[in-house]
Design a protein around this ligand. Structure first.
Ligand code: ASP
Length: 298
């Protein structure tokens, strides 16, 4: 295969970001790219690099994943996450998981230590504890305040108003392997038990031999359209990743609405980034090149 060195792209979620969060969000996605780049530069795998990036963003309370996740109707954080490797199509995920610091690491463990792809709810929690993941309360003061505001302002309103969020990473290592990792608190005020696209292979996260994709936005749309698999297929069919994300976003705008954002990376190291929301902090880097960071696409 024509390998182009390593590459990484990350996003910090498509949504209604506030302008005052721009600098912090850009610093967060930039640090996540640097973390992944260090792994890839040291000869680490695409999977290790994608997970390193997502762990950083889960630990950053600004982002809606891990610590800082938005709360559901009951005022609790239920976390979704998944990982996938493109060269062997292995994947693992967790859904509606409570009380852990880094759901992406539990997702990796589902992939490596079980015959399953996805564990949810109580079973996922029991598995996490069995695997040694300690109790952690992901709720931040900010997440609680946002939840209170929604409770006061939106009594009786639809429960699926999106917050700003989800984090994701797509990576290519020097052996030409691709990986994707995605993690989220979902949408604020979601019904307890609601599962979004992030842990569903092909919907919010996907990798194959041609491309890797992490999606963000209204998960119900991503699941109906299986956007992550669709985008990887478009690259397989010969489209440049940027052309692929542009065309899908246009189709969504026309058909179902464009509350969506994507990062897409090809096995040649080409990056595609698009979002239909006001902002989506993101960053990317190719080996030997600079880190590119942006809060929204020009
Ligand atoms: N896609 C996520 C979900 O629906 C939320 C987001 O990206 O904002 O769970």
């Amino acid at each position: 295969m024509d390998v182009a060195g390593w590459a990484v792209a990350v996003h910090g979620g498509a949504g209604a970001w506030r302008d005052e969060d721009e600098a912090t969000a850009c610093a967060g996605v930039s640090a996540a790219v640097s973390g992944a780049a260090a792994v890839l530069e040291g000869g680490g795998s695409a999977l290790q690099a994608a997970i390193a990036a997502v762990v950083r963003l889960e630990d950053d309370p600004l982002f809606n994943a891990g610590t800082g996740a938005v709360l559901n109707r009951d005022g609790e954080a239920e976390l979704d996450a998944s990982v996938m490797t493109g060269h062997d199509l292995r994947c693992g995920g967790v859904a509606a998981l409570r009380g852990v610091r880094n759901p992406v690491l539990v997702a990796q463990r589902v992939m490596d230590a079980t015959p399953h792809v996805l564990l949810a709810g109580e079973g996922a929690l029991r598995f996490a504890r069995d695997q040694g993941f300690a109790e952690h309360d992901p709720m931040t003061v900010r997440a609680r305040a946002a939840w209170r505001l929604r409770c006061q302002g939106e009594a009786g309103a639809a429960p699926t108003t999106p917050g700003a969020g989800t984090v994701g990473a797509v990576t290519l290592d020097i052996q030409g392997r691709l990986a994707a990792a995605t993690s989220t608190g979902g949408v604020i005020m979601k019904l307890p038990g609601r599962v979004g696209d992030s842990p569903i292979p092909g919907a919010g996260n996907y990798a194959n031999a041609w491309a890797a994709c992490s999606a963000t936005g209204r998960g119900e749309l991503m699941m109906r359209l299986l956007v992550a698999r669709d985008l990887c297929d478009r690259v397989r069919a010969g489209q440049h990743p940027q052309a692929a994300v542009n065309s899908l976003l246009e189709e969504m705008r026309h058909d179902v609405g464009a509350d969506a954002g994507f990062i897409l990376l090809s096995a040649r190291g080409a990056v595609g980034i698009a979002h239909g929301t006001p902002a989506m902090p993101h960053a990317w880097q190719n080996s030997g090149g600079p880190v590119h960071v942006a809060f929204r696409r020009p």
